[in-house]
Ligand binder design. Structure first.
Ligand SMILES: Nc1ncnc2c1ncn2[C@@H]1O[C@H](COP(=O)(O)OP(=O)(O)OP(=O)(O)O)[C@@H](O)[C@H]1O
Ligand SMILES: [Mg+2]
Length: 302
């Protein structure tokens, strides 16, 4: 997929994903050594986006399994298409010489099986990116099922048999830490902790998404993000919320946040009543604007 760490970094940059040396190195090694990457960190910090960026950078397809509570193997691996099976039985029963044993076997072959994302990922002619998103939503039994796939790249499917990987996918597992992912999966993966970006990196991400705005504006937004994250809010803003805010200010033709803009910006910045109350404090908001300015000045100096 990649021939060097620098290639990972630069190809991800071309797709619009700004990363740093450690993540680029882990992506490079995971691709070379066929190891899944387990990404854990706050919402909106770029976990899912990394999988899409790797796919875009390498021209690979994405197979995505969106996890949710109660997800079952059928959804992930696939299931026999009963309608198709019934149709085949009806057709065969019309012919006078039906070999029932042979028919039974035929009905349990791949053409009668509708594959889910896990199976599709193993059967791609070219390695794809397999994104297993929000793995913390599944239970331990489901996690155990993934072990076989992620360690020996094969799956035993009842009645269908053992399916071996045609190509080994690049696997990204993400978690928001609602439930602790088990140790066996952790041992098999490279673990990447995703945190909120530094103001320097956030400035670059903002530059990419709102290219029409000035460098000062981007630094100011990154400074504001740092100030807000230092405020012990229930839901501190993630990169995606800062991108929304930057786009909103672009539409409103504003260059920076001022003390007067508090009420109009609250719906974009406060996502719970407790956070709204905190940001409503007039002195609080003024000190936030002040801190944002200070941090943006520090970003130039560093
Ligand atoms: N390093 C980055 N470079 C460029 N854009 C980024 C980066 N990190 C995050 N983003 C932007 O932030 C947004 C949110 O990222 P993403 O959806 O990947 O977050 P997440 O960690 O998967 O969040 P959640 O846990 O809520 O699913 C994306 O739209 C992406 O454009
Ligand atoms: Mg996500």
């Amino acid at each position: 997929m990649f021939s060097s760490v620098e290639e990972v970094w630069s190809k991800l940059l071309v797709t619009g994903y700004i990363t740093e040396h450690v993540t680029a190195t882990v992506v490079y090694l995971a691709a070379k050594l066929n190891r899944p990457i387990l990404l854990e960190g706050p919402p909106g910090s770029g976990k899912t986006e990394l999988a899409y960026a790797v796919a875009k950078a390498t021209g690979a397809e994405v197979e995505r399994l969106q996890c949710f509570e109660g997800i079952n193997e059928e959804k992930a691996i696939g299931k026999f298409d009963e309608t198709l099976q019934r149709l085949a039985v009806e057709l065969h029963s019309k012919s006078c010489s039906v070999e029932w044993e042979q028919l039974r076997e035929e009905l349990h072959t791949q053409p009668f099986f509708t594959s889910g994302p896990l199976l599709r990922a193993l059967q791609q002619p070219k390695p794809c990116v397999l994104l297993i998103d929000e793995l913390d939503k599944v239970d331990q039994a489901f996690e155990a099922m993934l072990l076989e796939l992620l360690s020996v790249w094969q799956m035993s499917i009842p009645k269908l048999g053992l399916i071996r990987a045609r190509t080994i996918p690049f696997v990204v597992l993400t978690s928001n830490e609602e439930r602790r992912i088990g140790d066996p999966l952790r041992r098999r993966s490279f673990y990447l902790r995703v945190e909120h970006p530094t103001p320097q990196r956030e400035t670059k991400i903002l530059q990419l998404r709102t290219p029409g705005k000035s460098a000062e504006f981007h630094r100011h937004m990154a400074g504001l993000a740092k100030a807000l994250r230092g405020w012990s809010l229930e839901k501190p803003p993630s990169i995606s919320e800062m991108l929304d805010l930057a786009q909103a200010l672009e539409l409103l033709q504003e260059e920076r946040i001022t003390s007067e803009m508090r009420d109009v910006l609250l719906p974009l910045l406060a996502k719970t009543e407790a956070d709204r109350r905190k940001l409503l404090l007039r002195d609080g908001w003024a000190s936030l604007v002040y801190d944002a300015h200070q941090y943006s000045v520090e970003t130039i100096e560093q």
